[in-house]
Every structure is written in C-alpha cells, then in structure tokens.
Write a protein that binds this ligand. Structure first.
Ligand code: ADP
Ligand code: ASP
Ligand code: MG
Length: 448
C-alpha cells in the first residue's frame, strides 16, 4: 500500500547553523528527509549569535536606531543562512531554493521589531515543493501589506515563521530543531538534572514560553494552538525523539514528571493517590530579559496609575508585573514598580519623564539587573501549599524575593539577576523535578 506523501516543515535555529560545517550537517539531514520521499519546507534562523552581533553593531552607531532600519539590518542575518543552506543542499544533489519572508508570502502588521503575522500566502513555496524541490525560508521576517516595508517578528521569531508556514501549507508536522533534546522541566543549561518532557499541551507550553523558556517562542505556540499544528521540538545534533506539543491533554491529574518517566507496562502509569494529591508542575522557567522601572513618590490620588500606564503603553512597551506600595519616603505618596522587556526600557523612561511635571512624581529608577523565575503548572490552583514551598526553597538558598505575582497556573518571583540560576536549581529540586537517571545534554549554542 502506498503512503501519501508527508509535508514536513523543519526549522533550524541559530545554534544548529552556527558555522559552515553545521550548515553542511543540517543540509544532510534535510536531503535525507527529502530522499525518504517527503515534501520538505525549511525555515532557518541567522547563524549562531548573528542577530545579537547586528544589534550590537547598531548600538555602536546610535543608542536609539529607527525601528524600520533595525528591521532591515536584522533580516540580513537570515538571508545569509538561507542562501548558504540552499547551496549546501544543492551540493548534495537535492534541488533547493531559498526565499526571504517577503518572497515566501509572510504578511505582517507594521509594528517593527515585534510584528505579528496577519496572513501567509505561500504560493512560491507551494510551487517549489510541487516541483520536487526543497524550499528554504528565512525565518523571523515578513513584509507589511500596506507599505511593503520589511518587518521582524521579535526575538525567537523563526519558530513563529515555521508554525505559521506549517499552518498555511497544511503540513503534517512542524519540527523545531534546536541544540537540546526537547522541552525540559527547566533550562538544561542551568539545571543539568532537568527532565525531558515527552508530551506537553499547548496551554502548558504557552505558559512556559510566556515565562521565558525560550526553547519555543510564545507566538509560535499561540499560532500552533490556534491552527492545531503538531509541533515536535528536537535536537538537530541527535536522532532522538523530542517533545510533542499538541492539544492532547494528559490523563486527568497526572503529573508531567510522572509522564516523563519510562512507564512500566505492567503497572498503571500513575497511582490513584498521586493523581489526586500531586500538584501538576510543568516546570520552572526563567527570564533574564526584563527590567524594572520604579516611579518614586507618586501622589496617592485617583487616576495617576491610569495616566502612568497609558503613557507607558503609548511608548510601545509590554508591561509584565506591577507592584504599588505606600512610599517609605513620605505619606500621601506611593511608589509604583513594574517590569517590562529591557529593550522597551529606554522608550518607556523617556515617555514617563515627559509627564513628570504633570503627575508630579519625585523620580524614576531603572534596574536591569533583575531575573524572573516562574513555576508553571495547571494543577497548582488547587494546591495552596505551592507558594509556601517555593518561597521556602528560596529562603533555604538565601535568595531574596523582590516582587511576586501569581495566577491560577503560575507563580513568578523577581530576584537579583545574579541569584537567578541558584533560584531555578533550588526550586526545581524542591518540587522534586530533578531526574535521577540521565543528565540533560546541551549540544551547542552560547545560551546568549
Ligand atoms: P535556537 O537557536 O535553536 O532557536 P534557542 O536558544 O532559541 O535555540 O532555544 C534553545 C535553548 O532554550 C536551549 O539551548 C536552552 O538553553 C533554552 N531553554 C530554556 N528553557 C528551556 C526548557 N524548559 N527546555 C529546553 N530548553 C530550554
Ligand atoms: N535570529 C532571530 C533571533 O535571534 C530569530 C530566531 O533565531 O528565531 O532572535
Ligand atoms: Mg529560538
């Protein structure tokens, strides 16, 4: 019986194509997939730390580069890797052609630096695949319909390109190849004892990604959930099966950690008491990319918070945690602190300083030496002991908590950036997520 041809979208991250040798290694993998009879569309990121290097270069020219120009600069990174990869695949005797985001029909809104994909019209990609050729698409970029300007999708955006193309083409699976064996209960770079999660739902993955687990970009998971694209996160350095992200939920109440263990077929996987008692913890995520702004000495009258956050939103910043406190300095005043991506810091500060007279606050403080740890799990809402256990773990590790926020399925704390790694390890152990068998492998990348 003949198998219908599968359409596979494969995305290779920067660490998988860090140098010419890696490009050739990845090309072999792609050629093998094609030779096995599959239709293949590839999405590729910029080589190694190219995007960071381009950002540094722009910073050396001007502290606030115009967003439109920055986008054009950054998309150059993916153009380098896409063409080299196409050359390497052709050299193996398999026909391949590369396309920019614009050529691939990735249409976005006009928000430079974090554009959203609004449509995918992949005519040229489909045509290429129908001719039996491999289509290579530059990740992380698109074009606006109205102005034809080139945009980027935000850091890690190649993941989103891949899932959006997979949805647009009706692919059977979107494989995200990276430098670790899948999604783990914590970043394996920090916690070598982290466990690989074999299967995870879109919802749990969304929460991990939103909390900083950069193995998958947040919008890629949102996109995958909306269009039901099965995502397989795996290593480009090994042949191991990775993590499947899909809409299938776990057996009711089963802790992820238990599912990640090899199951003994002779016994039922999760004992009944465990199902009822154990909090479901997906993992511990961390984020080093945020900063904290404190508006010091804000008059404690109605409307000031509204005005402050109107202005911050107007600067284009996405706010995360907010804390308001009665000021220690003087009565009748409050201090308002909030966190935001550090890339949005300069614009938010300058917008706020323009309303200093109007609001009559004392001063602004900026702190980019913070780290955020989040414990994520769908079951924690029914387990009141979870926060106490988390805070206890941090206390035992001698780590001070600066801010706390909670939701039904997540607890986040802000610490000093220098304490973050220790905090992640302490919390991971305290929730018994450490694997006592294998050590997680990090195959490449600089973790930048
Ligand atoms: P790529 O270049 O392939 O896009 P990224 O650096 O964006 O790779 O993402 C992979 C990295 O994500 C891993 O090397 C790892 O350090 C980090 N990471 C953070 N949290 C997790 C997690 N929970 N599971 C796996 N990797 C994680
Ligand atoms: N090259 C871009 C970045 O470094 C996009 C990506 O890698 O997904 O963020
Ligand atoms: Mg990435």
């Amino acid at each position: 019986m003949e198998h219908p041809v599968a359409l596979i979208v494969q995305k290779f991250g920067g660490s998988s194509v860090a140098d010419a040798e890696s490009v050739k290694r990845v090309a072999k993998r792609i050629a093998a997939t094609r030779r096995a009879g599959n239709d293949v569309v590839v999405v590729v990121s910029a080589m190694g730390d190219t995007t960071d290097e381009l950002l540094d270069l722009a910073q050396q020219v001007t502290p606030l580069p115009p967003q439109r120009e920055l986008d054009i600069l950054l998309t150059a990174g993916e153009r380098i890797s896409m063409s080299l990869l196409a050359m390497a695949i052709n050299n193996l005797g398999v026909k391949a052609k590369s396309f920019t985001g614009q050529q691939a029909g990735v249409i976005t809104d006009a928000v430079h630096g974090k554009a959203r994909i609004v449509d995918v019209v992949p005519h040229r990609i489909r045509e290429t695949v129908e001719r039996g050729q491999v289509a290579i698409v530059a990740g992380f970029q698109g074009v606006t319909e109205s102005t034809n300007d080139v945009t980027t999708l935000g850091r890690g955006g190649s993941d989103t390109t891949a899932v959006a193309l997979a949805a647009g083409l009706g692919a059977d699976v979107c494989e995200i190849y990276t430098d670790v064996d899948g999604v783990f209960t914590a970043d394996p770079r920090i916690v070598p004892a982290a466990r690989k999660i074999d299967r995870i739902t879109y919802e749990e993955m969304l929460e991990l990604a939103a909390s900083g687990a950069k193995v998958l970009a947040l919008r890629c998971v949102e996109y995958g959930r909306r269009y039901g694209v099965p995502i397989h996160v795996r290593s480009s350095f090994s042949g191991k099966e990775g993590t499947f992200v899909s809409g299938t939920t776990h057996p009711l109440g089963a802790p992820v950690a238990a599912l990640a263990q090899p199951t003994d077929p002779s016994s039922s996987a999760v004992p009944e008491e465990l199902v009822m008692e154990a909090p479901i913890i997906s993992g511990v995520a961390h984020d080093r990319s945020e900063a904290k702004i404190t508006v010091v000495g804000v008059p404690d009258v109605p409307g000031t918070a509204a005005r402050i956050f109107e202005v911050v939103a107007g600067s284009g910043a996405n706010i995360d945690m907010i804390v308001q406190n009665v000021s220690v300095a003087r009565t009748g005043l409050t201090d308002i602190s909030f966190t935001l991506p550090d890339g949005d810091g300069a614009a938010a500060l300058s917008a706020l300083s323009r309303i200093q007279e109007e609001i009559r606050f004392d001063s602004l403080q900026y702190d980019d030496q913070i780290g955020k740890l989040s414990l994520v799990g769908a079951g924690m809402k029914s387990h009141p002991g979870v926060s106490a256990r988390l805070f206890g773990a941090l206390r035992d590790a001698g780590i001070n908590i600066e801010m706390i926020s909670t939701s039904e399925i997540r607890i986040s704390v802000v610490t000093r950036a220098d304490d973050l790694d220790d905090a992640v390890r302490a919390v991971h152990s305290a929730f018994e997520l450490d694997s006592d068998t294998d050590e997680a492998v990090v195959y490449g990348g600089t973790g930048r």
